[in-house]
Every structure is written in C-alpha cells, then in structure tokens.
Design a protein around this ligand. Structure first.
Ligand code: TYD
Ligand code: MG
Length: 482
C-alpha cells in the first residue's frame, strides 16, 4: 500500500520509454536480441526499437480483435442473428484493378498495396484516384515519398489532373488523421507507410513499431469514419524494410504488384481479401503514359506465337477464375558437360526436373545427355501443374526438331506413373482456348469423362474444326512427333 502511495505520479506528457527488439519480418517482439525469430524463423531480423510504455501489440486492438473488452456484460450473439449488410462497392474505373479487389473498393476498408520500389504502385494508385475523382468522389493522396510538384508532373504525364484529387505531404499520422477527418475523402492513399510516423513512437519511420502504430491509427481512421484507405508498402528483395509482412493481419486486403522491369507488364494479385477471392490476377502494361489495362491477357501473351515454331507449346492455365493461355518454350541441345544443365525461367525448377524424369522413364525419351532450357514467353511465372502437358510437348518438339502443328493447346498434369491427371475448370479452359482460335485441344481423359456432356455441348456451339483429344498417358503426346 505504502509503496503504491509513494510511486511518482506520471505526467501524461512524460512517457516511460522502453527498449525492445522486434522482428522486421513478422513484428514479433522480444526483450533481448535474438539471432533467429522464434515466430517466423527468419535469421538476423531483430532490430532494436524504443517504444513508449503502453504502446505495443495490445494497444493495436489485435488482442481484443478491435472490440473493447468489458468486465461484465460482454455481448454474445448467435451467428444466425448477426445482421449483415451488402457492401456497396466503389469502382476505380480500371476493370483489372476493380476485379482484383473483388469488384471495386469496399467503403471503410483498409487495403495494403505492396511491391518492390519502382514497380508502379504510385502510378497505379494515381490512376485509380483519378478514376474515382471523375466519378465524383473526393480523394486524398498523402505522399511522404515525393513532393507535390513531382506528383503533379506524374499526373500530367498520366493525364490524371483533377480538382477532386487533394494532395498532402503530411507524414505525421495523427495530423494526417485530423486532416482526413475534416476533409472526409471517400478514399485516402498513404504513399508509403514506411514514411509515416506516430508522434508517440520514438523510433525512426519505417521501423517495426512505427509502421505498426501508424497502421493501427489509420485502421481506426478508416473504420470510424468510413474512409477507404490504401496503404503503399515497399518490399525489398531481401525483405529488410519493415512493412508489408507484418501488416498483413491488420488490413482487409493485401494486393501485390509485381512484374518484370524488362517486359513492361505488371501483374496485380490479391494475396488476402476479406471481401473477395484471392485467386484473381490483374494484368497491366506499363507505357509512357502510365499503366494500361490488359483485358485479354491470353492474346497479349500469345501475340508473338502466331507463327509455328519448334520447341513451343501453348498451355491453358487458370489465374484465379480466369483462364490464361501462355506459350511454354523449350530448347533441347547436346550437352558438353558431364551433368547436363536444366535451366528454367518462370517455371518450377523441381517440377520440370520431375517431368523430364517422367518423360525418360514413362515415354522412353532419352534426355540425359541434353542441356534443357525452358521458360514462359512474356516473362510470366506459371506454377500450375496443369501446364505439365504443354511443358512436355515443348521439350519433345525441340528434341525431335519438329514444330507442333498450328492451333494446338495442352491442358493436363502429368503424374509420376506417366498418367495424365484431371484438372479443375476444364470447361472454362477449353472455352477460352476455342475463343482464341485453338482447334486441337489436349485435355485429361478423366476430366473429359466427368463432364462429357458439357464438353460435347461446347463443341457443338463452336466451329466445326475444333477437336478435343482426351489423353490418359504421357506416351500419347509423344506420338504427335512420330
Ligand atoms: P512508380 O509508380 O513511381 O513506382 P513505385 O511507386 O512502385 O515506386 O513507377 C516508377 C516507374 O514506372 C518508373 O521507373 C518509370 C515507370 N513509368 C513509366 O514507364 N510510365 C509512366 O507513365 C510512369 C508514370 C512511370
Ligand atoms: Mg512510389
């Protein structure tokens, strides 16, 4: 009792500071430095941070799920009686962006857009804000990365200048929240979360506690005032900057923008979405005047393959709910090394090795003295098993030096026994291939049998030249080259 009375009263303004260590990958905290994070197993990821006592994971609402805990009378509701409402959606005007979001932005949601620096996050969002502004919404763009002049220059280049797009260079999250509350924009973009700081946190912007506290403040702002907030988060290849990884559980939607700087196309994926599916993929082309939607990616990626070439085969993959036709290319040459080289780009190396072993063993094709290179045209990355058959066909085509006949497409996973395994969304894939003018479509017998009537109906609708080839064994594909 006595000790209590003697304890000095703490003034609100003089906060006690505490030093702790936080993992820059997942945000786990520890009172001492650790070489390896016990939560996410990352090595050398702990960084020293100074935080005010009272600020920490608990203040984020993470522990209570954002619901204030009360000592008594905690409300409990049967699931069936919880009222639901439809989420009205706000469209940004870019069909690809809106689709990846699950059909537009949900008001009051918190979205994280992550990607490597320079990939086009600011460009994408500036275009989205312009789209919203032309639909009559007031939007606020807070940038701690670029000056208003730089942003204006970019907007000029993109043709995105509007009175309804408001700019601020504020990086203090409390001040930013105050501004946002008074302006009440429909959408707030914070570019980037690594430049924003919370006045109560002593560490520098971009550190684990800064990023987390600022996001917590923005989450509150978004939910309490129904301001849809989009945060930009940089990820470096090494993942050294605190950010996207540790925010994923706080936000409603996580979008990732990726691409190959050389090819100029960008792919937007949702890796988490509380308001939609996560399989969707949006394709954009980076041009001189910004990102252009690629609404028919199949024809975009196949553009160069009108010609019949040796060592190429077309696979029909699924990206989310949308079929995507891609060209798989292979080059088989004589090896001068004792252990031949197997190099793939955009494909799964392991899977490719296994497929070559299957071709040797189950189809009797000798490949052990050949260097084999394979890749996906256009710089795409394909990790779907259903591309196996096309991979096999492209290798065989290069090996036998015979191009595949024109308008052939392949769908199917190859099992270790050489069997062709069934695939999902068979109808949608075949339909897309037919739409793009493919006339000889190889697909797993198992999938064909299970939905025979639907496939036959498809054939009846399409042109008379289209033929389906249900296959059971990898061996059947080798006959194409004999
Ligand atoms: P940016 O949106 O600034 O990337 P991020 O915000 O992810 O860091 O885009 C940077 C790159 O995009 C830049 O290197 C140049 C290129 N770009 C174009 O090719 N065309 C354009 O119209 C714009 C605005 C940028
Ligand atoms: Mg930027």
């Amino acid at each position: 009792m006595k000790a209590h009375a003697m304890a000095p009263k703490m003034d609100k303004s003089e906060k006690r500071m505490r030093t702790l260590f936080a993992c820059t990958q997942c945000g786990a905290q520890s009172p001492k430095w650790l070489g390896r994070c016990p939560e996410c197993s990352a090595w050398n990821s702990f960084q020293e941070e100074t935080v005010a006592v009272g600020i920490g994971a608990a203040s984020l609402g993470a522990s209570s799920g954002g619901v204030p805990l009360r000592a008594s009378g905690v409300p409990v509701t049967p699931l069936s009686q919880v009222e639901t409402r439809d989420f009205p959606r706000v469209f940004c005007g870019s069909p690809e962006f809106d689709r990846v979001l699950g059909g537009g932005l949900v008001p009051g949601s918190l979205v994280l857009l992550s990607g490597e620096p320079g990939i086009g996050k600011s460009t994408l969002l500036m275009q989205a804000l312009h789209g919203l502004a032309t639909r009559g919404f007031k939007v606020l763009y807070a940038s701690g990365e670029e000056s208003p002049e730089q942003i204006r220059l970019r907007a000029d280049r993109l043709g995105c200048v509007s009175d309804k797009v408001l700019l601020t260079a504020e990086t203090d999250v409390v001040a930013l929240a105050t501004v946002a509350k008074s302006i009440k924009p429909a959408v707030l973009v914070v570019d980037s979360i690594q430049t924003i700081s919370h006045p109560d946190v002593a560490s520098s912007p971009g550190s684990v506690s800064q990023v987390r506290e600022s996001t917590a403040a923005l989450l509150e702002l978004a939910k309490d005032n129904t301001i849809t907030t989009i945060l930009v988060g940089h990820v470096t290849k090494e993942g050294t900057v605190a950010g996207p990884k540790l925010l994923e559980h706080l936000v409603d939607t996580v979008l990732h923008l990726e691409g190959d700087a050389n090819t100029g196309f960008r792919i937007l994926r949702a890796t988490k979405n509380r308001f939609g599916s996560t399989g969707e993929m949006g394709v954009f082309a980076m041009q001189g005047n910004g990102l252009r939607d690629v609404t028919n990616p199949s024809s975009y990626f196949l553009e160069e393959s009108k010609q019949v070439r040796e060592g190429t085969a077309v696979a029909v993959c699924m990206e989310g709910t949308r079929p995507l036709l891609v060209e798989i290319q292979a080059l088989v040459g004589r090896s001068t090394y004792s252990s031949p080289r197997r190099v793939v780009t955009g494909l799964d190396q392991q899977r490719f090795q296994v497929l070559l072993a299957i071709l040797e063993k189950r189809a009797g094709v000798a490949l052990s003295t050949n260097d084999i290179f394979a890749g996906v045209a256009g710089g795409l990355r394909i990790f779907e098993p259903s591309a196996d058959l096309a991979m096999a066909a492209s290798v065989l085509s290069s090996l036998f030096e015979r191009p595949l006949p024109p308008r052939h497409a392949f769908i199917g996973e190859v099992g270790l026994a050489g069997e062709i395994r069934g695939i999902t969304h068979g109808i949608a894939r075949v339909q897309e291939a037919m739409k793009l003018g493919f006339e000889r479509i190889y697909l797993p017998m198992r999938s064909f049998r299970s939905e025979r009537d639907s496939y036959l109906a498809l054939l009846k609708e399409g042109s008379a030249d289209v033929q389906l080839f249900p296959v059971e064994e990898i061996r059947e594909v080798t006959t194409l080259f004999k």
